[in-house]
Write a protein that binds this ligand. Sequence first.
Ligand SMILES: [Zn+2]
Length: 130
Amino acid sequence: MGTDKSPSADCTAMDLKLNREAGTLTVTWKDNHVTVLDAPTLRKACPCATCNESRRKESENLFNILSSDPGQGPPRITGASLIGNYAIQLTWDDGHSAGIFDFKFLRALDKGEAPTPSSARGQDSPDAKQ
Ligand SMILES: [Zn+2]
């Protein structure tokens, strides 16, 4: 109490583990919280310009989602490298590696605050109420 000022307390990663077989990234935070994110979740949230653009297109045309190639499974994470002490860069088996996930972003994903502004404001949002 009292020293709760630091904004990075829950966004400081103490440990990062990539499990290639399970396709998960496990982050242990300074506040002892553990976040496990799977590859599809991470790929869907990939913050790079290319993925942002394709998400934008998908949100404009829902048929793109339905007609996306079903023959291929979701991409797998093949590597992860630390960017300074604030972010992690993931490499995928389809050659994609432009996405840099900063720790705040990963923590937000864990909280379910998926940062996809364009798709978040659906007109009907059918799954808003269940
Ligand atoms: Zn991307």
